[in-house]
Design a protein around this ligand. Structure first.
Ligand code: NAG
Ligand code: NAG
Length: 381
């Protein structure tokens, strides 16, 4: 794609500053393994596609990866465009997530997905980690239908609060909707910015979607200049601050109530991203505390628990989802992503963050999130 004009690039940057396997194993192997390990599991249950997030797994080199050439994808913003900014190593593009024990999973098929989504709207709602997965998915769909006409709106690529790509020949609409907290953040007449943990009026914009993928958490811990609000409000109570995990929990409940009130009786499919890990603390993966993801070129071997342990908010998210009437599919990729200290943009992000160990290169890890998303989508009826 032609480079964005500087003005538009600056607009995108402004938004960003605000933002801050297919399994190749044969089914026969699956059946024998399941019988062996689980005794009671029948051949018919083994023939069903497996839950891609229930199994353990490991990153294995697969020469057929990456799934597309990022240089040919017109949708990658600078902050994820590691190859564009000269990242020299390429092994990070070559890893496939291999489930263990192997189970029958569909290979990602972008053309099939475009056909399946004909006439539909797919929407990612959340912070820049949702944007990360969204852009990867756009590339994967584009690679499957490179001559299909696409329309970007607004044409500037500005996200305010959303950005949409339509695959015109398939009548598929893919939207990214920016919201860091899911609940409402309002600027009152007095100018004070209030994070309202129990209102979610902006959600009316999400009702048009047939498939929704949400995420949150990443912005909750920010304090100081990066914190985009002055007060938190719950009901009639306004406070200067509160425990951030508690605030996150309240907001998730508000979100869950909205989903249950509006989507239980619809065919809308609802997904939630697992919490995406960052790699700023080497001790999390057995390196020195000063080590970050800078210069990392290899994943960790996934043979046991991640040394840094799970992210505590994962349990909160699971708890909220478990209490909902609407089935929400958790794209539970936290652990497999924790192993990927090698997959961040680091300094190859056009100078936007400078040492980014939070987001992920595109092409790269989010492609695997989408492979698993595809498995989840096609495993559902
Ligand atoms: C695209 O999908 C929408 C929503 O299902 C439908 O109303 C419209 O007729 C479709 N357009 C074409 C050209 O198929
Ligand atoms: C990971 O596994 C590979 C292959 O089994 C091995 O060569 C490598 O040394 C292991 N790395 C670590 C850090 O244990």
């Amino acid at each position: 794609m032609a480079k964005r004009p500087a003005v538009l690039w600056a607009a995108a940057l402004a938004v960003l500053l605000l933002l801050a396997a297919a399994c190749t194993a044969a089914a026969a192997v699956t059946i024998s393994r399941k019988r062996h390990h689980r005794g009671g599991a029948s051949a018919s249950s083994a023939a069903r596609s497996c839950d891609p997030f229930a199994a353990a797994g490991a990153w294995v080199v697969d020469e057929s990866y990456p799934l597309y050439d990022s240089a040919r994808c017109p949708f990658i913003r600078d902050e994820f465009a590691c190859a564009r900014f000269g990242r020299p190593d390429t092994m990070y593009l070559k890893y496939r997530w291999q489930l263990d024990p192997p189970c029958a999973q569909p290979r990602f098929d972008g053309a099939a997905l475009l056909r399946m989504w004909g006439g539909k709207t797919v929407m990612f709602v959340g912070d820049s980690l949702a944007l990360n997965q969204y852009e990867s998915l756009l590339c994967m769909l584009h690679a499957a239908a490179p001559v299909s006409r696409t329309t970007l709106s607004p044409a500037s690529g500005k996200i305010d609060p959303s950005s949409t790509v339509r695959f015109e020949d398939y009548n598929v609409t893919v939207v990214y909707y920016l919201t860091h907290y899911l609940v409402d953040l309002v600027t009152e007449a007095s100018g004070r910015r209030v994070l309202k943990l129990d209102t979610i009026d902006q959600a009316r914009d999400w009702l048009a979607a047939d498939v929704l993928v949400f995420d949150s958490w990443h912005w909750w811990p920010y304090t100081g200049p990066k914190q985009p609000w002055d007060y938190i409000q719950v009901g009639n109570t306004v406070v200067k601050d509160m425990d951030r995990t508690q605030a996150f929990t309240k907001a998730l409940h508000t979100w869950a109530r909205w989903v249950d009130a509006n989507l239980v009786h619809t065919d809308t499919k609802v997904f939630f991203q697992g919490i995406s890990p960052s790699h700023y603390r080497g001790q999390d993966w057995g390196a020195s505390p000063k080590k970050t993801c800078m210069g990392e070129t290899q994943p960790l071997n996934g043979t046991g628990p991640y040394p840094g342990g799970p992210i505590p908010q994962q349990a909160i998210l699971r708890g909220v989802l478990a209490g909902m009437a609407k089935p929400v599919y958790l794209l539970d990729f936290t652990y497999l992503s924790q192993l990927r200290k090698d997959a961040h943009p680091t300094k190859y992000d056009g100078g936007i963050f400078g040492g980014d160990c939070t987001h992920w290169c595109v092409a790269g890890l989010p492609d695997t999130w989408n492979v698993l998303f595809y498995a989840a989508l096609t495993g559902q009826d």
